[in-house]
Write a protein that binds this ligand. Sequence first.
Ligand SMILES: [Ca+2]
Ligand SMILES: [Ca+2]
Length: 413
Amino acid sequence: MTLPHLIILSFMSLTGAVFAQNVTPTYANVPYGPHSRNVLDFWKATSDKPTPVVIFIHGGGFTSGSKSEYATESNLRPFLNAGVSCVAINYPYLVSKPIQDILRDCARAVQFVRSNAVTLKLHKTKIAAVGTSAGAGTALWLATRDDLANPNATDPVLRESSRLRCAVLYHTQATYDLTRWESFLGPAKPEFFVNATTPEQFYHFPNATYITTPAAVPILRECDMLSWISKNDAPLFLDSPIDVPALTTREEWLHSTKHARAIKTSCSNVAVPCTLVQDESTPPDLTAFFVKHLGPDGFETWAASLGISEDATSDSDGDGIQALLEYGLGYDPKKANTLPTPVANGADLKITWPKGSQAAADTRISYRVEVSNNLKDWGPPASGNLTQTANSIELVLPSTDSRSFARIAVVRD
Ligand SMILES: [Ca+2]
Ligand SMILES: [Ca+2]
């Protein structure tokens, strides 16, 4: 998969002043919800396999903007040529819904795309988002918020995951808990609020002081992406070129690099990969970012070379060992294998798992060994009992330890 560098939308394009050739969608104005702006356009990449998909989320302060801004040849063609399908969404403006509901609508768009993965031949786990300004903040919220999937929902769309594989944010805001902005932007100035949306308009609060009441707390928390950032969230790529130390205009206040740095700090606290263009000495490669997260990984390349399903849980030889584990242990996914069993090691037991050579060299693969005394409660073995080498994992089960059951999982990040 190769992707030329994504064209960064200029602020001009946010005003709709775009005169570029558009790509006709495969499906246009598909409703993903009941509101008139719950519609999306879909462009299918040509492929005989399920494709990754990028969802574009427009900016405009939640008061303007359109999915059509992303329909251009220059934006879409690099993705489509690289075998990545594209979606651009509209979502309701603040005039009809508060921010907390708009964000949910955008999550529904992700869930809707995922619910149609089979029909549209999309890779269910390779859904990325790209957003500008308000769309970037929304993509950040989608990338970081706990999964909204509700397995008990009567609506099948809401049973789907709302999570993203990765997200690219241009001119993003750090959080839609507006009470936190001063903490990373410094004191606000009156000129920042000329023609601004008020907090009452933003959250649909009944009055100006409601934001300071306990009733507002859960709503502010729901909209606070900085607080949603946690371990294992999707990797982020940020580009926020308004890098001025002292903010003087509303534009700078809304799109300052300080927003991106607040995100980056929160990400680094919990080891979420976050690249900020403005803080890199050499320009980071956006194409490499997409290829890393949306392109075939080591397991998929291995599965494709052997002609088996790229579904990690598949078991093409019916030996009860799922494909990802076969990859991790270097087993043949087309021939029945048996898992290692413990052998005597003095008074102790010892179990040795092999590592597949491809998996052992795959930086996205790790091995998780757990032990148990009842096959119900599992936890890590005592340090010192586990030895990993380049081609095997050896676990000692001491006779003095009641935990005599062991299991291994192959983890793909
Ligand atoms: Ca999170
Ligand atoms: Ca096998």
